[in-house]
Design a protein around this ligand. Structure first.
Ligand SMILES: [Zn+2]
Length: 281
């Protein structure tokens, strides 16, 4: 892939500027400034197109895609369990809670090993970028260090990301080997991760507003990565933790404002496991 900073790209572009349709711009020109930010998009035939094309040719900054190539905006994935990358393709052969206990919690517990976390997260982020996912909303694990590694990896690789250190403090549902020590530890860990991401060198200037509409936040992120509170609702959080961790019912939350992403599945709702949790949405 070219480094497109300072270049002008001539290509056929497909994008969806509105929710009700796709727009195709044959032979459009995209000018990119030296910092890598798109300055202008000039459809073919619009004023300035011919001049910009000539300028790019003269200055040897023109990049042309092939006739059978198209440019698409980056994909945005709004729900990825980063530590479960090694489980990709594994079937759900038992109810979710059993599946978590049998397969997933043992795997996620391995991220206490930072070398393992670094290897898997580097492969994950690189693979997603190679397939066009330029923005991702990640669940990580309960581990502070491993979750920071995920943030560092996204920053180093250039993927826009919203990342959450999950909160899991329910001793009735979480195994001893994979659980926050207690409710306070879950909340403190979330705050510590938020503060870490805000101070991460190279991540200056990011901006996220409080909202439960995480999809909008992903689109509005200016810098990467960001953070998102990630309470693991089903099977993992004690009832008192939920409002504190989400800041949605109990406004005594004293941490910085920002998005919260909750977690549930249709099967969880159908079997009644989220009945007391529904009002928080
Ligand atoms: Zn999920």
């Amino acid at each position: 892939m070219h480094d497109l900073a300072g270049k002008t790209v001539k290509a056929t572009i497909m994008h969806a500027p509105r929710s009700d349709g796709v727009e195709i711009l044959p032979d459009a020109l995209i000018t990119v400034d030296v910092s890598g930010t798109i300055e202008t998009v000039l459809p073919h035939g619009e004023p300035g197109h011919a001049e910009a094309l000539q300028t790019a040719r003269t200055s040897n900054t023109l990049v042309e895609t092939g006739h059978k190539s198209y440019l698409l905006p980056g994909f945005v994935d709004l729900h990825i369990h980063a530590p479960q990358w090694p489980q990709l393709g594994k079937a759900l052969d038992v109810p979710l809670e059993v599946w978590l206990q049998t397969y997933t919690f043992p795997l996620e517990a391995r991220y206490a090993d930072t070398a393992f976390a670094r290897r898997i997260y580097d492969n994950l982020v690189s693979s997603l970028l190679a397939h066009g996912t330029t923005t991702a909303v990640y669940f990580a694990t309960i581990h502070q260090e491993a979750t920071r590694i995920l943030a560092e990896t996204c920053l180093a690789r250039g993927q826009r990301a919203l990342i959450g250190k999950v909160a899991m403090d329910n001793p009735d549902q979480c195994p001893d080997y994979y659980r926050d020590v207690d409710t306070q530890a879950a909340l403190d860990g979330t705050r510590a991760f938020i503060e870490y991401v805000r101070a991460l060198p190279g991540n200056e200037g990011w901006f996220v507003r409080w909202s439960r509409r995480v999809s909008f936040q992903a689109a509005r992120m200016r810098r990467l990565p960001g953070w998102v509170r990630s309470p693991r609702i089903i099977s993992a959080m004690s009832r008192p933790t939920v409002p504190k961790a989400t800041g949605s019912m109990d406004m005594s939350w004293s941490g910085p404002e920002g998005p919260t992403r909750l977690h549930s599945t249709a099967s969880d709702c159908l079997d009644g496991k989220v009945s007391w949790r529904i009002p928080i949405f």
